[in-house]
Design a protein around this ligand. Structure first.
Ligand SMILES: N[C@@H](CCC(=O)N[C@@H](CS)C(=O)NCC(=O)O)C(=O)O
Length: 208
């Protein structure tokens, strides 16, 4: 197995936290996004979508989605679990992964990619060159604020996002908190449950 990644980027960070928590070490190569190495060979052939991370399996299969790589690795390395053990836990963790990615993560990305001159003509990650839409900066901020509040309500009920146990849903949320700093934003002051969760989640991640 070989992992192509770029450590500073948010999606690679989600996978790296998963690997660190489980103590998995992979043969790894950095694809420097700052140098636009994702568009160069041989990486372009490995993942024609030109995104990282990309996990190349021993039979040559390439997993290009963080959640796909995590599902695969969870099967190989089930302990400690991050994607749940009961049917309900599994369903709730995957639901949070999807919900966070669609609401919070994409909202932050919308602000970041449409408001930053460095991404002119590359408003979405990967091989498709798209122009920025300045209006999406404000829309992204509105979506992001709503998403923080939705997460805060969930954390009022549980110690961790998908229930009483630390899971990949918390890793997704940690990645969103870090990503929000890229747009000089953060968890709103009044989201007290997220603020209480943050040190708890960081401690759970560091314990392993
Ligand atoms: N669907 C992918 C998304 C991967 C992605 O968007 N990665 C970003 C880095 S966070 C990327 O490769 N960007 C390349 C670019 O900006 O062209 C996943 O879930 O892993």
């Amino acid at each position: 197995m070989k992992l192509y990644t770029y450590d500073p980027a948010p999606n690679p960070k989600r996978l790296q936290m998963f690997l660190d928590y489980k103590g998995i070490q992979l043969d790894t190569e950095q694809v420097d996004l700052l140098k636009q190495a994702q568009f160069e060979e041989p990486f372009r052939k490995i993942n024609p979508m030109c995104t990282v991370p990309a996990l190349v399996l021993d039979d040559g299969t390439v997993l290009t989605e963080v959640i796909g790589a995590c599902v695969y690795l969870e099967e190989l390395y089930p302990d400690p679990p991050l994607l749940g053990t009961s049917p309900l836990e599994k369903a709730q963790i995957i639901s949070w992964n999807h919900r966070l990615y669609n609401s919070l993560f994409h909202a932050i990305a919308e602000v970041f990619r449409n408001g930053n001159p460095a991404f002119a003509g590359r408003a979405l990650p990967g091989s498709l060159n798209l122009e920025q839409i300045p209006e999406l900066v404000e829309r992204g901020r509105v979506r992001m604020e709503a998403a923080w509040r939705m997460v805060d309500r969930a954390l009022a009920k549980n110690a961790f996002l998908a229930g009483p146990a630390f899971s990949f849903a918390d890793i997704d949320l940690l990645a969103c908190v870090e990503f929000a700093a890229w747009i000089k934003s953060g968890v709103p002051e009044e989201c007290s449950h997220i603020h209480a969760w943050l040190p708890r989640a960081k401690a759970a991640l560091a314990q392993k």
